[in-house]
Design a protein around this ligand. Structure first.
Ligand SMILES: [Zn+2]
Length: 328
């Protein structure tokens, strides 16, 4: 079975974005150390809008120039280390700005690509992809939508075909959340993985140009989330995320997960990492072709780094750790 260890490479988008050092640079360095130790390449979905926002204001603020150079260098390091960089779009960077001290995130009404006009969408996708490809020196071919808001895919269909973006990994079967700025409903998506599609990621189209590598999903119990929240309080040293920012609010989400079984990602983040082995064993038993994990450098904890290290020791010879660059 192929395993894709994917990480969304980004700051936080709430009231405090956190620093690039703690949210991106340091934890990614640790992840690359694990990738090299176990010879298990990883895929980083780069939030290119951040780079474009840095570039826009870096003549005015030298600190942004320094941040830009560090992030660009790390993207090159990832590629040199035989891991993969692909395209992640959070279009609210188009409206967000640095006020001299901090980033002011303008997410309301600008969080999803579908919040923009069709012409704006085409322009954003073109500019962001060419920026990433210019930095990495390769052609990106895979996409993950910011906040999993991949639908309506029809606004991306033609431009993705034109630019050769043929893989998507934004869907996680069973997931749904329509609150605040989020809007996705993946209940009833194909169970096959990967599957081909054309006009929408929600239905298989055997003749489609695109392939969905759905993110692994797991039905988490309310008890799991009680543990997650309590451990964070009791033992912040091991269980507090290394990233130093705040996430955008997800109205109603906490109550939902603490009171119901919910489908959520197979993830390397924080306490979710405890389920990696279980989820992998289930996928192996079901003879799945592949399993995609999603994580975030900013969402790593000391505990999660240890879990990931053990997970890789146990599965590196039993599974094939894969990147989109190598399957194209
Ligand atoms: Zn993201």
């Amino acid at each position: 079975m192929d395993i894709f260890l994917t990480f969304d490479y980004e700051l936080f988008f709430g009231s405090v974005t956190g620093s690039p050092e703690k949210c991106i640079l340091h934890p990614t360095e640790k992840l690359l150390e694990l990738a090299s130790k176990h010879q298990t390449p990883m895929v980083f979905f780069i939030d290119v809008g951040y780079l474009i926002a840095l570039e826009k204001q870096m003549d005015e603020f030298p600190i942004l120039q320094a941040d830009y150079q560090k992030v660009v260098q790390q993207i090159k390091d990832i590629v040199a280390a035989k891991s993969d960089v692909q395209l992640h779009i959070h279009p609210h960077w188009e409206k967000s700005y640095y006020d001299g001290q901090k980033w002011i995130m303008v997410t309301k009404g600008h969080y999803k690509l579908s919040d923009f006009s069709q012409d704006e969408v085409l322009d954003i996708v073109r500019r962001y992809k060419s920026k990433l490809d210019e930095i990495s020196g390769r052609k990106s071919i895979a996409f993950r939508a910011g906040g999993w808001c991949i639908e309506p895919f029809e606004i991306l269909e033609k431009i993705f075909m034109e630019l050769g973006i043929k893989f998507d990994t934004s869907v996680f079967p069973g997931g749904h959340f329509e609150s605040g700025e989020y809007d996705f409903d993946f209940r009833g998506v194909p169970t096959k993985n990967p599957y081909t599609f054309q006009k929408t990621t929600l239905q298989e189209d055997a003749n489609g140009f695109f392939k969905e590598y759905a993110i692994g999903s797991y039905r988490y119990s309310p008890l799991f989330y009680w543990k997650l929240y309590i451990l964070g309080r009791l033992n912040p040293k091991d269980h507090k995320s290394v990233g130093d920012g705040f996430a955008m609010s997800q109205p109603g989400r906490k109550k939902q997960v603490l009171t119901n079984f919910t489908w959520n990602h197979a993830s390397t983040d924080g306490f979710y990492a405890t389920k990696m082995k279980t989820i992998t064993n289930i996928a192996l038993r079901k003879k799945e072709e592949n399993l995609v994990f999603i994580g975030h450098p900013k969402g790593c904890t000391l505990f999660a780094f240890k879990e990931l290290d053990q997970f890789l020791s146990e599965f590196k010879d039993r599974c094939h750790f894969q990147t989109f660059h190598s399957i194209q």
